[in-house]
Design a protein around this ligand. Structure first.
Ligand code: ADP
Ligand code: ADP
Length: 223
C-alpha cells in the first residue's frame, strides 16, 4: 500500500539522516523500530511531506506523494513527536479548528466526527477542558483524535507511547487496534513491546538505513 524507493534525506548541516530507504508496507499496524537518532522522525516527516528528500520516490494508494502533496494530505493523519497545543483552547475547540484546517466545513459533519472521535479516545467527559491540563496519556489520545479527523487512510504516529505509564500504554494499544482495520498505521517506537503487542509487520531502522523488514514473529525473535 505504501512504497518507498531510494529515499535519502540530508539536513542543511550535512547530517545524512536517511540513506537509500527502500520499503514496501502493507495495510494494518506497521512498527518502525530503532534507537534514538536512527532516522524515524525524519522518515515520518518525509512521508508526511514535511521534509523534502534529496532523492527518492514515495507512492501511497496510487498517489505519487512527492509530486502530489495535496492529494496525500487528504489521506493523511499525522501525530508528530512533539505535539504542541494552544493552551488557552478547549479540547473541543481545538478539534473544531483542526477539522476546518482539514477542509471539513459542514457543521453537522464537524460535530459528528468530533463527537465520535472524543468517544473513541475516551475524552468526551473532558471535551471542554483545556488540553494544557491533560495528562501525558490524555494528550496522546487527543493527538490521535486530531490525526483521525477526516478518516485518513494513512496514519503516521511518531513515538505515540513515549512517556506513558503501563496502564496508559495499554489503553493506547487497545485504541490503535480498534482503528487499524482499514488503514496503514505507521508507528515509530524504540520499545520492542509496542511492536510485539501491536504490529504484525515491522521495519528495523538504524543509522538512517532499513536493516530489515517483514512479519514480526520471525524478525523479532533474535532481538
Ligand atoms: P529518531 O527519530 O530515530 O530519533 P531523527 O530522524 O530525529 O531520528 O534523527 C536522525 C538523525 O538526523 C540524527 O542524527 C539527528 O541528530 C539528525 N537530525 C534530526 N533533525 C535534524 C535537523 N533538523 N538538523 C540536523 N540534523 C538533524
Ligand atoms: P526526534 O527523535 O523525534 O527527532 P529530537 O528530540 O531528537 O526528536 O528532536 C527534536 C527536534 O530537534 C526535531 O525538530 C529535530 O528535527 C531537531 N533536531 C534533532 N537533532 C538535531 C540536530 N542534530 N541538529 C538540529 N536539529 C536537530
Amino acid at each position: 500500500m505504501l512504497t518507498i524507493r531510494q529515499l535519502s534525506v540530508t539536513y542543511a548541516d550535512g547530517t545524512q539522516a536517511l540513506r537509500d530507504i527502500n520499503l514496501q508496507l502493507p495495510t494494518g499496524m506497521v512498527g518502525l523500530l530503532g534507537p534514538n537518532g536512527a532516522g524515524k522522525s525524519t522518515l515520518m516527516r518525509a512521508l508526511a511531506c514535511l521534509q523534502p528528500p534529496d532523492s527518492g520516490q514515495i507512492e501511497f494508494a496510487g498517489i505519487n506523494v512527492l509530486h502530489q502533496p495535496q492529494a496525500l494530505r487528504q489521506q493523511l493523519g499525522y501525530l508528530p513527536q512533539h505535539f504542541g497545543v494552544y493552551p488557552h483552547m478547549s479540547c473541543y475547540a481545538l478539534l473544531l479548528h483542526m477539522a476546518v484546517l482539514k477542509g471539513i466545513r459542514d457543521k453537522t459533519e464537524q460535530k459528528q466526527q468530533i463527537d465520535a472521535l472524543l468517544q473513541l479516545t475516551n475524552l468526551s467527559a473532558v471535551a471542554n477542558k483545556s488540553v494544557a491540563t491533560f495528562s501525558g496519556g490524555m494528550r496522546q489520545r487527543f493527538g490521535i483524535a486530531q490525526a483521525l479527523l477526516g478518516n485518513p487512510k494513512l496514519l503516521i504516529l511518531d513515538e505515540p507511547t513515549a512517556g506513558l505509564d503501563p496502564a496508559e500504554r495499554e489503553r493506547l494499544h487497545a485504541l490503535l487496534v480498534q482503528i487499524s482495520r482499514d488503514k496503514l498505521i505507521l508507528l515509530s517506537t524504540h520499545i520492542v513491546e509496542d511492536i510485539e503487542n501491536l504490529c504484525p509487520f515491522v521495519a528495523l531502522i538504524n543509522q538512517g538505513q532499513i536493516v530489515q523488514s517483514g512479519a514480526v514473529p520471525g524478525l523479532l525473535a533474535p532481538l
